[in-house]
Design a protein around this ligand. Structure first.
Ligand code: ADP
Length: 618
């Protein structure tokens, strides 16, 4: 469980500090104490040596009997741990202590005597700590004249037998005190003790210290435990709050009332959480706004991530692509569209193309999305319905083609007539006259075509705004009747005039209404055979008068019917020369601008009926 992590670490830290502290104490103690003990020992031995030296000096002065000297030294040194030798100036042992009962110590080791005697003979106290072997024995002792003074002492003591040197292996502490007689050095008192002996006294102290350290370490454990748990508790609490916040609950609050760093940390955490909460809610608001914007736009929007997975598809995109919103994976529903996205992702470039869905043209522009560093993060595509723009473009192309075609026909005809005329191929005056007639007719046709085109374009661009006034349609219709009755007679066709005697006044443009009527009646007669019947009728229908021009002519096929009002539209393509294909377009435009309706009904081979309305004046 992670909860104990901080607690365990704190515990470990405190406890290892204690352990390290204890270890250091033991180590330093072990390292330094022999030195200290040795120094102490020397300080302890020097006055003792001086006492022995004093005894000998007193003996030499005759204050103490020689016979008492050895027992006196023996008694004095009995309690000392150090071995004592009295040597003459040659270093020869005269007196030595009996260290343990029954064991006599050996002579003063020659090495020790040789190394330390020169100093002692100079009247100074000599000391040595360390191995005997380290002593330098370069100088040789020169026998002094006072040597025989101590020799007598040796004879008295009967101690100067020739036993072996004392074995002082390992580290030792040695002190040599000069023995003076009337200001002259006559010998020396040597005292030595091995470190092992010195340190044996220290063992108990070492044991006590080790035991104390262990005891302290043990006693510290519950205290360390208690404080570690106290320190780690607020951290655990803060961690729990942070985890709750990370889990999404930003209402969780840490304890910020404490007066220590944990209180400050809790305050900081609370502040962070509050800030985060407000940032998140404003981001959410922003996201919702953006979402409704994306959902509301008429353009389709599709976004993909860098791996090619769909991240956003707005409703308009589904509508444009004619897919239900439940279409699921676009990759299978619209593979052609997704291919463009893949192309943009792989090439890191903008891909633009127009695709068709039924009669709808969709322009798709896909751009790669990159981060500041240039790394690809995905791509976004905008889908727009460009059907009307495409249609407009198509209409423009058709228009240019139609105009060119309409202009070429009369021009070709005129050229065919004018060339033989120029070359003098037309001989008779009669033929020449006929040619002129045809050229004139074609010229007039051209003029009509151009003026029709001009009129239509002026009307469609809104430059020729039509005035509306109150007028009585009856006289207008009467005039039409007269004109076309005569016309019908000339072409062996029947014209029926079916208009009530009285008609209400209407609001509109009388001249333009007449123009429309003429266009409709012209067509009716033009597309009706001999004996065909053309009827002009008028009937009141609610608030309008409906004028209808009906014929029993060739009729218009179902396919052509929706296009009869289009510019340059001719149902009978083979008889392209009969009209400009603009008459009905102009008529329709006029009625549109006057706010009237215009309609057509027709059956191929049976006849047609074109009608329009005139609003009754109120
Ligand atoms: P046009 O000058 O060619 O007559 P319009 O715009 O007046 O031009 O007519 C367009 C086309 O509509 C004609 O070419 C013809 O095919 C068809 N049309 C018009 N009126 C009639 C009608 N009364 N009967 C049959 N077809 C007609």
């Amino acid at each position: 469980m992670r909860r104990g992590g901080f607690f365990r670490r704190t515990l470990l830290l405190v406890y290892s500090t204690v352990a390290l502290f204890a270890l250091l104490i033991v180590a330093i103690y072990t390292g330094i104490s022999p030195q200290l003990f040795a120094r102490n020992k020397i300080d302890d031995l020097i006055p003792k040596g001086q006492i022995i030296s004093g005894y000998i000096e007193s003996t030499l002065r005759g204050e103490i009997s020689t016979a008492y000297l050895v027992p006196l030294i023996g008694r004095s040194t009995a309690q000392w741990e150090a071995t004592v030798w009295v040597v003459d100036i040659d270093g020869d042992t005269l007196i030595r202590t009996q260290q343990e009962a029954g064991r006599r110590v050996g002579r003063l080791p020659a090495r020790l005597a040789q190394a330390m005697l020169p100093t002692v003979l100079g009247g100074q106290i000599a000391t040595h700590i360390g191995d005997q072997e380290d002593l330098s024995t370069a100088s040789q002792v020169t026998p002094g004249r006072a040597s025989n003074i101590l020799d007598g002492l040796a004879r008295q003591s009967s101690d100067a037998d020739a036993s072996a040197e004392e074995d002082l292996s390992g580290n030792i502490v040695a002190v040599a005190i000069p023995i003076t007689f009337f200001g002259e050095v006559v010998g020396a008192v040597f005292m030595a003790q091995t470190m092992t002996e010195i340190m044996s006294g220290m063992q108990a102290l070492s044991d006590a210290i080790t035991f104390s350290v262990l005891l302290i370490a043990l006693l510290m454990l519950p205290i360390v435990l208690y404080f570690a748990s106290r320190i780690s508790r607020p951290v655990a609490d803060l961690r729990a709050v942070a985890l709750t916040m990370a889990g999404g609950d930003l209402t969780a609050r840490a304890d910020d009332q404490r007066s220590d760093e944990f209180g400050e940390l809790g305050g900081a955490l609370n502040y962070l959480s509050a800030e985060l909460g407000s940032t998140i809610s404003s981001l959410e608001l922003e996201r919702n706004r953006l979402q409704s914007l994306i959902n509301g736009v008429s353009e389709g929007i599709i976004a993909l991530d860098e791996r090619g997975s769909t991240t956003l598809v707005n409703p308009a995109a589904y509508t444009l692509l004619r897919l239900p919103e439940s279409a699921g994976d676009l990759r299978s529903a619209a593979p052609d569209v997704l291919a463009m996205f893949d192309e943009s992702l792989s090439g890191m470039q903008t891909v633009r193309r127009t695709i068709w869905r039924g009669r709808t043209a969709i322009h798709i522009s896909v751009s790669p999305l990159t981060r500041t560093g240039g790394a690809l993060t995905g791509c976004v595509g905008i889908l727009s319905d460009v059907t009307s723009a495409e249609r407009l473009e198509q209409t423009r192309r058709d228009y240019v083609a139609n105009v060119s075609h309409e202009l070429r026909t009369p021009l070709t005809a005129m050229r065919a007539l004018l060339e033989p005329l120029r070359d003098g191929l037309i001989k008779t005056e009669e033929q020449r006259q006929q040619t002129y007639d045809v050229v004139l007719r074609e010229t007039m046709r051209l003029t009509r075509l151009v003026s029709d085109m001009l009129e239509l374009s002026r009307m469609q661009s809104g430059k020729a705004s039509l005035s509306r006034s109150r007028f009585c349609p009856a006289p207008l219709l009467e005039l039409i009747r007269e004109t076309y009755s005569a016309y019908a007679e000339d072409y062996q066709q029947v014209f029926i005039y079916d208009v009530p005697d009285t008609l209400p006044e209407v609001i509109g443009n009388p001249d333009r209404t007449q123009q429309v009527l003429i266009a409709l009646l012209d067509n009716a007669f033009k597309y009706s055979p001999e004996d065909g019947v053309v009827t002009l009728s008028a009937a009141i229908d609610a608030d309008v008068i409906r004028i209808t021009v009906r014929d029993t002519g060739i009729g218009i096929s179902e396919d052509d019917l929706p296009h009869v009002f289009d510019r340059f539209y001719k149902a009978d393509k083979s008889h392209g020369g009969r009209g400009t294909g603009l008459g009905l377009a102009i008529a329709y435009e006029i009625m549109q601008q006057l706010g009237e309706e215009m309609a057509v009904e027709s059956t191929l081979g049976e006849g047609s009926a074109f009608s329009f309305t005139l609003h009754i004046a109120t």
